[in-house]
Write a protein that binds this ligand. Structure first.
Ligand code: AMP
Length: 242
């Protein structure tokens, strides 16, 4: 796809309506690149990046009661029950930085979560979804070598995108680690859960006019990100028709 090369301010103007803040959902299987692209997208659009997985990992790190409950499910590769996810996410959405919209990474993951989000937003925000399409063989290779920064959450890959200094984040100097749930046995369960619970969301959003855009997430990081930026202007119709 040719590059449209919109500047950050043009992108923001296209994707931001004063009446209806944009809630941009990043959909796709584990390892599809949702987190990788959410960070630069958050900078380009000046919207907060909210990852329910990161929120849970922060709860686990602080050993809160929510963290202890969530860890039980995360360690098995299962989904955390909807009520725990919804309370945590809706609390986060109350923060002032979400007033102009946000980027959701890893949420919703079930139809019940998607419907709860619709109810919570009361039609006052415009939901848009980008679905990252990546074949399983690529996902497994990506997850198998994934390293994540404990501090800024930037992800690297042992082979495809290694850090310049072993075990250290080139962005913030934080320590890199391998997520417990990135072990092969748990990844296959996460992919199965994705197919059963999360894939139906593609049809859910595709059934709504101009809400869903597909992105080919297979290529190099820079190319995929360019495709993400190219997909955004096509949301303008949904936004301007409000
Ligand atoms: P992620 O970092 O998005 O891959 O999420 C890591 C794990 O956190 C998932 O495998 C789930 O166990 C849990 N999790 C994150 N987001 C959700 C969600 N929206 N619903 C249920 N569980 C979630």
């Amino acid at each position: 796809m040719g590059s449209i090369l919109l500047g950050a301010s043009e992108l923001r103007a296209l994707t931001r309506s004063p009446e209806k803040p944009m809630v941009l959902i990043l959909l796709g299987p584990p390892g599809a690149g949702k987190g990788t692209h959410a960070t630069p997208l958050s900078l380009s659009l000046d919207l907060p990046h909210i990852s329910t997985g990161d929120l849970f990992r922060a709860q686990i790190q602080s050993n809160s009661s929510l963290g202890q409950k969530a860890k039980f499910y995360i360690d098995q590769g299962s989904l955390v029950p909807d009520d725990l996810v919804l309370d945590m996410l809706f609390d986060r959405l109350k923060a002032q930085d979400c007033a102009q919209g946000c980027i959701l990474d890893g949420f919703p993951r079930t139809l019940a979560q998607a419907k709860a989000l619709d109810l919570r937003l009361e039609n006052k925000s415009q939901i848009l979804a980008l679905n990252f399409h990546v074949p399983d063989s690529i996902l497994i290779d990506r997850i198998a070598g994934r390293l994540v920064c404990r501090d800024c959450k930037k992800s690297y890959h042992k082979l495809f995108d290694p850090p310049a200094t072993a075990d250290l984040c080139g962005e913030c100097g934080g320590r890199l680690y391998t997520r417990d749930d990135d072990q092969a046995s748990i990844v296959s369960k996460r992919l199965e859960v994705y197919r059963e619970e999360t894939m139906p969301l593609i049809d859910y959003y595709a059934a709504q006019n101009d809400v869903l855009k597909e992105v080919d997430g297979q290529g190099a990081k820079e190319q995929v990100f360019q495709d993400v930026l190219n997909a955004l202007p096509s949301f303008a119709k949904a936004i301007s028709s409000q």
